[in-house]
Ligand binder design. Structure first.
Ligand SMILES: Cc1ncc(C[n+]2csc(CCOP(=O)(O)OP(=O)(O)O)c2C)c(N)n1
Length: 628
C-alpha cells in the first residue's frame, strides 16, 4: 500500500487495521520531506499523524464532523482528504491554506487559525444536527492542551456539559503549547498522565475489556471502563475529574501513537451518546529527532536539511534585527531602569521575544497561556496597582480582547502599553493571522494613543516614551520581521505624543505614511525624483492623536496629490482619518487625496510582497498614485 493511493478517507476505511501504521509512517515521512523545503507547522502535525488516521478510519467523515482546533496540526488530515498531490503548495500564494478552510474541502468542517474555538463550533453543529432531526451524526473536536487553556474552550465545555449533545472532544496532550505549556490546567493534565497508581489501574481495566466485539458487553464495558477510570482517578489523584465535574465523560489517557488502541477506543466512544472527552497523549514532533527534542524550535522551523533534520539558518550577523528582537532587548533595557515595568504575553513568549526578558528577569515576565482577554485585564490590574505593564499581543489575536481593551483599560485610562506584534500583512499564515484590523478597530476608542514605528529606532523611542509617567493607555503596532538599521541600539529620545515627522521635502506630491509603510514611501519618493517628480514624505507616526498641525501645513503647501499609505484596512483606518480631517478643515485639498489601504475583503495567504502588490499598498501602488 502506498499512501498516494489513498485519495479519500473512504479508501482508508477499506484498509485492514494492520496497514494503518505503515500508512502513518509514510504520511509522516511525506510531511517531513515536504516541509523541509516548504516551511510550515511541522512539530504539531507530526504529533497527530496516528490520531488523524484513526479518526478518519473510525468516523464517517465528511458526514461526521471533524473539527480541528487552531488547525496547524491538520496536515495529515489535508493529505488524507484529497489534497496530497497539492501538499507542497501549502501556505504559498494560490496554494493550500496552512489551516482548515471550509471553502477548500468538504472535510474541513470548520475554518480555524485562532485557537480554542473547536468545542464551541462542534456544539453549534451538534445542536443543529439535532434540531434537523439527525441524531446519529458524530461531532469531534480535536484540541491541544495549549488551546484547551483558552477561555473559549472552558466556556464551551461549561455549556456542553449541560447539554446532551453528541460530541467527542479529543484532548491532544503533548505538554507543549508553542512554548512550554503553562498554568494550572497543564499541571493537572501532567498529574493525570503521570500518576503511576492511576495508570496501573487503567492498564488493568483496559486489558480486561480489550478486544470484545459483543455489542452488549461493549456497551456495558464502556460504562464500566468509565466508572472504573473515574474511581481510579479519584483514588490516585485524590480529587474528582475536572471534565467530569463539568458533565463531560472522561476517558484516557491513552497513547496517541498506538493506532490499534486508538481505533478500538474511538469505536467504543462512537456508540456512546452525549458529551465525552478522550485524553490522548502524544509526542510533539514525533518521528523527527530534532523536533522531538526541541518542539519549540520545530513548531514552525522554517527550512531544514532533509537528510539531517537540522534547521537551516539564513541569518548572518549583518542582518538587521527583527522588530520583535528589538522589542525584546529594549524592554529589558527599560526594565533595568524602571522597576515598575513587567512583560505579559498570551502564549507567544518566544515569538514576541519576551523570552529575552524572561531569561534575565523571570519574575517580571508573565506567560498567561492562550488567554488574550485575561492578558489584557491582568495587565489592567497590574497598571491599576502602579505597575507599568507591556502587554505584547499579536495584532490578530488582540481582536479577542477588544472589549477588555475598551472596558478594562481605556475606560479607566490605565497606562497599559500594548505592543501589537505581527501587525499588517503577515504572509503565509493568511487571513486568520493578518493584523490588518487593529488601526481601524482601535481608533474609535477614547483616550488611546495609537502609534506605529517606521523603523526599530522609532520603536525604541515609542516604547521609551510610553513608559514615562503621565501617559494613558498606549498602543504601538509593528510588523513581523525585518527592521531597517543594523545598529538598532540607539539612545532613547522622548517623542512628543501626536507629532509626525517630515522625512523628505517635496513640492508636487505628498506621501503620508503610518509605520513601516513609510519605508515604501521613501523608496517611492526616491524613484519619483529620478522621474522628475518632487515628492515629500511625512511619517505621521501617530494615528491617534493625529498630527493635525502637520496636516494643516500639508494642506497649505499646495501639493497636486496627497497619498496616504498603510498596511491596514481602509474602512476606518489611517487614510480615512486623514481624509476626514481634510474634508472638515480643507475641503478643496480633500479631493486630491488617494488612500492606499486594504479594501473591504479578507486577504489570502502568500508572500507579503505578493499580497501588498495585490492590495495595492506597495511601492508600485504609490508610484502609480503619484502619476495620476
Ligand atoms: C487566539 C490564539 N492565540 C494564539 C495563537 C498562536 N498559537 C498557535 S498554535 C499555539 C499553541 C497551541 O498549543 P496546543 O493546542 O497544545 O497544540 P500543539 O501545537 O502543542 O499541538 C498557539 C499559542 C493562536 N493560534 N490563536
Amino acid at each position: 500500500m502506498v499512501f498516494r493511493d489513498i485519495k479519500t478517507p473512504q479508501d482508508l476505511r477499506r484498509l485492514p487495521l494492520d496497514q494503518l501504521q505503515p500508512l502513518a509512517d509514510q504520511l509522516r515521512d511525506y510531511i517531513i520531506d515536504t516541509l523541509s523545503s516548504h516551511p510550515g507547522h511541522l512539530a504539531s502535525s507530526l504529533g497527530t499523524v496516528e490520531l488523524t488516521v484513526a479518526l478518519h478510519y473510525v468516523f464517517n467523515t465528511p458526514d461526521d464532523k471533524l473539527i480541528w482546533d487552531v488547525g496547524h496540526q491538520a496536515y495529515a488530515h489535508k493529505i488524507l482528504t484529497g489534497r496530497g498531490e497539492r501538499f507542497s503548495t501549502i501556505r504559498t500564494y494560490g496554494g493550500l491554506s496552512g489551516f482548515p478552510k471550509m471553502s477548500e474541502s468538504e472535510y474541513d468542517a470548520f475554518g480555524t487559525g485562532h485557537s480554542s474555538t473547536s468545542i464551541s463550533a462542534a456544539l453549534g453543529m451538534a445542536t443543529a444536527s439535532e434540531l434537523q432531526g439527525n441524531n446519529t451524526r458524530n461531532h469531534i473536536a480535536v484540541i491541544g492542551d495549549g488551546a484547551m487553556s483558552g477561555g473559549e474552550a472552558f466556556e464551551a465545555m461549561n455549556n456542553l456539559g449541560e447539554s446532551k449533545a453528541n460530541i467527542l472532544i479529543i484532548l491532544n496532550d503533548n505538554g507543549i503549547s508553542i512554548d512550554k505549556a503553562v498554568g494550572g490546567l497543564n499541571g493537572y493534565l501532567t498529574r493525570i498522565t503521570s500518576s503511576r497508581r492511576y495508570n496501573r489501574l487503567k492498564e488493568h481495566v483496559w486489558h480486561r475489556l480489550n478486544g470484545t466485539d459483543d455489542r452488549r458487553r461493549h456497551d456495558h464495558s464502556i460504562g464500566f471502563l468509565q466508572r472504573l477510570t473515574t474511581m481510579a482517578k479519584t483514588v490516585a489523584l485524590g480529587s474528582s475529574n475536572l471534565f467530569e465535574s463539568l458533565g463531560i465523560r472522561y476517558f484516557g489517557p491513552i497513547d496517541g501513537h498506538d493506532i490499534p488502541q486508538l481505533v478500538d477506543m474511538l469505536r467504543r466512544l462512537k456508540d456512546l451518546d452525549g458529551p465525552k472527552l478522550l485524553h490522548v497523549v502524544t509526542t510533539k514532533g514525533k518521528g523527527l529527532r530534532q523536533a522531538e527534542r526541541d518542539p519549540i524550535a520545530y513548531h514552525a522551523p522554517g527550512l531544514y536539511d532533509i537528510r539531517t533534520g537540522d534547521q537551516i539558518h539564513t541569518d548572518n550577523t549583518d542582518t538587521p534585527l527583527r522588530y520583535q528582537e528589538v522589542f525584546g532587548h529594549t524592554i529589558v533595557e527599560l526594565a533595568q531602569s524602571n522597576p515598575a515595568i513587567v512583560g505579559i504575553t498570551p502564549a507567544m513568549l518566544t515569538g514576541c521575544s519576551l523570552s529575552i526578558m524572561q531569561q534575565q528577569m523571570p519574575e517580571r515576565v508573565f506567560d498567561v497561556g492562550i488567554a488574550e482577554q485575561h492578558a489584557v485585564t491582568f495587565a489592567a490590574g497590574l497598571a491599576a496597582a502602579g505597575m507599568v505593564p507591556f502587554c505584547n499581543i499579536y495584532s490578530s489575536f488582540a481582536q479577542r480582547a477588544y472589549d477588555q481593551i475598551i472596558h478594562d483599560v481605556a475606560l479607566q485610562q490605565l497606562p497599559v502599553i500594548f505592543c501589537l506584534d505581527r501587525a499588517g500583512l503577515v504572509g503565509d499564515d493568511g487571513p486568520t493571522h493578518h493584523g490588518v484590523f487593529d488601526l481601524a478597530a482601535l481608533r474609535p476608542i477614547p483616550g488611546l494613543t495609537i502609534c506605529a514605528p517606521i523603523d526599530e529606532h522609532e520603536l525604541r523611542d515609542m516604547m521609551y516614551t510610553a513608559q514615562l509617567p503621565g501617559h494613558g493607555p498606549f498602543v504601538i503596532r509593528y510588523p513581523r520581521g525585518g527592521s531597517i538599521h543594523s545598529d538598532w541600539k540607539s539612545t532613547f529620545n522622548e517623542i512628543r505624543v501626536g507629532e509626525g515627522r517630515c522625512l523628505r521635502e517635496g513640492s508636487e506630491v505628498a506621501i503620508l505614511s503610518l509605520g513601516h509603510s513609510g519605508n515604501d514611501a521613501l523608496d517611492a519618493a526616491e524613484e519619483l525624483q529620478t522621474k522628475g517628480i518632487s515628492a515629500a514624505v511625512y511619517n505621521m507616526r501617530f494615528l491617534k492623536p493625529l498630527d493635525t498641525h502637520m496636516l494643516d501645513e500639508i494642506a497649505a503647501a499646495g501639493f497636486r496629490r496627497i497619498i496616504t499609505v498603510e498596511d491596514g484596512v481602509r474602512l476606518g483606518g489611517f487614510g480615512e482619518a486623514v481624509t476626514e480631517y481634510m474634508v472638515q478643515h480643507h475641503p478643496a485639498v480633500a479631493a486630491t487625496i488617494k488612500v492606499l489601504a486594504i479594501d473591504d475583503q479578507f486577504v489570502t495567504h502568500g508572500s507579503v510582497a505578493q499580497l501588498k502588490a495585490d492590495c495595492a499598498i506597495d511601492k508600485a501602488a504609490i508610484l502609480a498614485a503619484a502619476a495620476q
